[in-house]
Ligand binder design. Sequence first.
Ligand SMILES: *Cc1c(COP(=O)(O)O)cnc(C)c1O
Length: 457
Amino acid sequence: MHKIDIELVEMTMDVMKYAIDRISASNRHIGHPKTAQELKALVGETITQKGIGGEVAFNLWKKHLMNANVSIDHPRHLAFVPASPTRAAIMFDLVTSASSIHGAYWMEGAGGIFCENEAMKWMVSLTGLPEGAFGVFTSGGTAANLSAIVTAREYWRSLNKKNKNEKGLILTSIGAHSSVKTMAKVVDADVLYVETEDRMHASNLQSKIDSLTENQRKRLFAIVATAGTTNAGIIDDLEGIAVVCKKEKLWFHVDAAYGGGALLADSVKHLFVGIEDADSITIDPHKWLFSPYDCGAIIYKNPELAKRAHEQEGSYLDIFKDEGSQGFNPADYQIQLTRRVRGLPLWFSLAMHGTDRYKQAVERGIELAQIAGKLIEEMPHVELVREPSLSCVLYRRIGWYPEDYTEWTYENHRKGFALVTPTKWKKEDTFETVSRFCFINPDTTENDIKIILDSMV
Ligand SMILES: *Cc1c(COP(=O)(O)O)cnc(C)c1O
């Protein structure tokens, strides 16, 4: 073999070994950021005219760069919404890359898109949406929410010529994810909030609608409810909100980016009643369905409306719509054209493990939150801020000021022990700084929780 071929074979083996080691490791580093200057000082110039060679570059990655990333799948990483992709999904993520599939159109990606659609059918079945509902995988919850709101806005404008020149308005609650505001900026819509971070009830929503000016009411086209708030795991009154949306003729979007995985869990499924009446639903498999980054999903009750909003036209694209290439074109239902078949790792992992294993893994996250809640009640130095909801637990360390939480977080992270970050919870008119757990990884143990709580004494 030529020298270059041998080098490539060796490189491939090294990379595979690294991947296997990484996903088999029982004792991962949490990882800690360094500044760009520090990293530059460690690795020097890496992009050169001649190249520094694969071995050198890979060693720099392993020695200096990898550890400057936080391992979001560490069992004591309980901050933000962590992740815990299955080994099967990670390995198939490698397969997805190696297969070089263009996932925009059936003509080029039929095999991959077929698999994505099998996984999607299962996800749609969890929502209880009626026959005909379907969805596509997106880069994440933000892209999914944006795709849904563009669809809703275009539909609204198609209903009445007068809406064409109007700036749209969306109502949601302050418990909604920050991406709702961001995507409203992108579509140039206004957002108004129902003033609760707790469960948004239909009556709160109705009062808010009733309080709008005539002009605002005319511009209102969509309601965004949250099924599993990112901060506290709260599920809005979906059943009641669905009724309000129907009566007021508004698009009903449910953001279940984080909480959607819990549709699998018999213990909490009843909290989602009403989701089957949604016009669109966001679910992130890279959060609670154990997929690697990135993998979100948007599901529509009527995919035809999404197609009207998102289908791209261009002379170079006509071929994809010819006979013979007939099939499902993911590009038609969300904002992206060229796309990775990012639902493929989820498909493989589901196929391998079966949906029961997924159900058990999600139930374990909910159980861990209940266990944490009980431990917190038993320990004198901490107390619950509210009952655990889904897999989120908000609690306070009695007597701590905001800076104590911050210091404790940094100290634990520095030591490589745990990553648990503070958040804020609204109490009357002020925001209190509290501590928060979010459980996703089924390998987190009761002892992990206990030693984290003990470290707050
Ligand atoms: C995480 C999250 C999002 C954003 O999803 P990304 O995948 O990070 O883009 C949106 N909504 C909710 C409720 C979330 O928890």
